[in-house]
Design a protein. Structure first.
Length: 313
């Protein structure tokens, strides 16, 4: 028998995953890491019990169970109907909306964007996920490549990572100089103020996960042939830089969390609960005809709040 859960039921021990087909298996070995809870080897086909045990509760997550499938599916469908209403209003009123999704690797940004955009007209609800900058782009004003993707009237644009690369992955991985990092943090408030002055509705989401959650999701990527494409060499390096990313995140909040352009921090150990609250936040911020207040409601403050929520972890 496995360990006992809090509700007294036996926890099944993780089983070894089948090896990936050689044509898609990683060609480099993942580094073994050590954490206060135990060691972790991404290439090991058996997920460590401590990772499985601590994944949901890591980083002070406030719920000890994931949301039930039926409740999630029912709530998501009703919220997606509200999103369709919102999109019609965006088009008719000529609104311009920018949604920025940031967070650690494997925080659930892509899944949250998919849930939000799933039934929207893709012609006016675009996702922007830019590759690394070209040689030409590296010689431009830093914000220039992002400005080119801002919405026109009647559009909603979702950035799957954004200009905030320079606040996280770039300084942590050494892709920019300390001077460039400091200059960016000083410039962001003015840049985003310009967007607001142009009547762009800017909503910024930071999806926050615990370390055990991240390791479990990396494991799922590494050993699932349908998810292996999500795993990159940057992910391998990120496992050793947890504390560096934490410091960069906190510095970013200090510099860029402003009353007019605040951050919404989303506790995302349970991806589904995070998605519902992100959609509720978007719907509650923007008025539109026919809004169903019983469906929209305010987000759960234990899941989505300002950066002070991290102090409670």
């Amino acid at each position: 028998m496995g360990d006992k859960k809090k509700d007294g039921k036996a926890r099944r021990k993780p089983r070894a995953r089948e090896p990936l087909p050689p044509s898609i298996a990683p060609t480099e070995d993942a580094p073994r890491i050590k954490t206060p809870s135990g060691s972790f080897d991404l290439d090991d086909p058996v997920l460590p019990e401590w990772v499985d045990r601590e994944a949901l509760s890591s980083d002070g997550y406030p719920y000890d169970k994931q949301i039930k499938d039926k409740l999630y599916e029912e709530d998501l469908e009703q919220l997606q109907i509200e999103l369709v209403k919102l999109q019609r209003h965006v088009g008719e009123a000529g609104l311009r909306i920018v949604l920025v999704f940031e967070g650690r690797d494997a925080a659930g940004k892509g899944g949250s964007i998919f849930a939000l955009r799933q039934y929207l007209n893709p012609r006016s609800a675009r996702v922007v996920a830019l590759p690394k900058p070209s040689e030409v782009e590296r010689g431009q004003w830093y914000f220039q490549r992002y400005v080119a993707h801002l919405p026109t009237r009647g559009e909603m644009v979702m950035f799957d990572r954004s200009w905030y690369n320079r606040a996280g992955v770039e300084p942590v991985m050494g892709f920019c100089t300390p001077e460039q990092h400091r200059a960016f943090l000083e410039a962001v408030p003015d840049f985003e103020h310009l967007l607001i002055e142009q009547d762009i509705i800017l909503l910024k989401f930071w999806l926050n996960i615990g370390q055990a959650t991240q390791l479990k999701r990396f494991f799922e990527r590494r050993h699932d042939p349908l998810k292996i494409w999500k795993l990159s060499p940057i992910d391998y390096k990120a496992m050793h830089k947890w504390d560096d990313y934490t410091r960069a995140r906190d510095e970013m909040f200090v510099a860029t969390h402003r009353p007019a352009t605040p951050w919404s921090v989303v506790r995302a150990n349970d991806k589904r609960r995070a998605r519902l609250n992100i959609i509720r936040h978007v719907l509650s911020i923007i008025d539109y005809p026919g809004k169903d207040a019983d469906v929209v409601r305010k987000p759960d403050p234990l899941i989505l709040n300002d950066p002070s929520i991290l102090a409670k972890a």
